[in-house]
Write a protein that binds this ligand. Structure first.
Ligand SMILES: [Zn+2]
Length: 399
């Protein structure tokens, strides 16, 4: 039977001009037909018509870098002291909130005790509501490396191979490496490289053999270089990209997943706890420096034609709550001189490619899942209208 959403202005995710008075015919979980309402095929005319005129329809957002098991407001050390059941129950709430904020798919790049695998199972079986998921399982770091307190620590190619295979055994769709220091780990130098080319290559070899892609956390230039020599598929953050590493990324067809909100937290929008205030104080110089640096990196990446994805890093530190984080992320792309349309395309179609899921999600096209975001106001006029949500559909079902 199905139903038709009719009359909205459609932004299909491909970056072309919006289509006025569009119709999207949904049968079961998938889009059966999309086009101008005037051209609606006869099969769709008999289906239930839902008038959404005066609204904007676009693909559900995809967050290409998130940590769904962490709330993004407590310190990681507090989280690690919590009972696993408490983490699980809060993560259920985070899943539901993420979806209700228009994010229909996520790529989790650092989980906790494989809770994220159970969340995915529960969502797929309909026990709880949440986004579609691609998951890395535990991050892999060197002994004492970035986020070592949640990582599978490994040293040397043999151990790295085993660590990667453990994640895949647990159900991982990709493998996540920590190739440089990170600011969320106190006392670290973000410029320091933390994995050798040999170690990285060992992981990409076994991951690719198993059909998985490899993502690597990188701030410093040396880490990006090592990752390109080692065959990594996606650079996460990529803060200190330079000419040479940008050229290497293009040559390798590697993708850059920016995370702007994590480096530029929206501190004004919610009351900060004492833990958050302390973290904001500690990271203040890093944040100021990082915002300036990432502007250069984005400009360089665009000049070189590097494929861009985007993620929130929500949950990744105590100043990264799951609160309209993806909307904020696209707002920050616009602040960095991208058009609203470019930002939306990166947050939908491009991110589907980052997730290796572009056949099924990321654009409003026949055959794909009916993962849709309906807005009350035009996001092309003001990208902040992404927070003005009228409805979210996942697999054709209104959330
Ligand atoms: Zn992260």
């Amino acid at each position: 039977m199905g139903y038709v959403l009719t009359g909205a202005t459609l932004i299909d995710g491909n970056g072309g001009a919006p289509l006025n008075n569009a119709a999207v015919y949904i049968e079961g979980e998938r889009i059966a037909w999309v086009g101008s309402a005037a051209d609606l095929p006869s099969a769709a005319k008999n289906a239930k018509q839902i008038d959404v005129s005066g609204k904007w329809l676009m693909p559900g957002l995809i967050d290409a870098h998130i940590h769904i098991c962490y709330n993004g407001s407590d310190s990681v050390f507090t989280l690690l002291e919590k009972h696993r059941d408490d983490l699980v129950l809060e993560a259920v709430d985070i899943c539901e909130r993420t979806l209700s904020q228009g994010v229909t798919t996520i790529r989790d790049v650092g989980g906790e005790q494989y809770i994220e695998m159970s969340l995915r199972n529960a969502i797929n079986r309909g026990f709880i509501r949440g986004p579609r998921m691609k998951l890395s399982g535990r991050v892999i770091s060197m002994t004492g490396g970035h986020a070592h307190f949640i990582a599978r620590e490994a040293d040397g190619p043999d151990e790295m191979r085993k660590a990667a295979r453990e994640q895949i055994k647990a159900g991982a769709d990709l493998v996540k490496l920590m190739a440089t220091g990170g600011s969320a780990t106190p006392g670290q130098d973000i410029h320091a490289s933390q994995l050798t080319v040999e170690e990285i290559s060992a992981v990409t070899e076994v991951a690719h053999m198993m059909g998985r892609h490899v993502a690597a956390h990188c701030h410093g230039t040396g880490g990006i270089r090592n990752c390109m020599l080692g065959g990594v598929d996606t650079i996460e953050h990529g803060t200190y990209l330079d000419e040479e590493t940008a050229d290497m990324m293009v040559a390798n067809s590697a993708q850059l997943v920016l995370t702007l909100g994590a480096g530029n937290p929206e501190l004004e929008s919610y009351p900060l706890s004492p833990v958050q205030q302390a973290d904001a104080e500690r990271r203040k110089p890093m944040i100021e420096q990082g915002v300036k640096q990432i502007r250069k990196t984005i400009a360089l990446a665009r000049t070189k034609g590097i494929f861009l994805g985007i993620g929130t890093d929500a949950g990744g530190n105590p100043l990264a709550p799951h609160q309209f984080a993806m909307a904020r992320e696209l707002e920050l792309l616009v602040e960095n001189d991208l058009t609203a349309m470019e930002a939306i395309t990166i947050g939908t179609r491009n991110n589907a490619e980052v997730l290796r899921w572009e056949d099924e999600i990321g654009t409003v096209e026949a055959g794909k899942y009916a993962d849709l975001l309906l807005l009350d106001a035009d996001p092309l006029v003001d990208i902040r209208n992404l927070r003005d949500i009228a409805a979210v559909y996942k697999g054709g079902e209104k959330v």
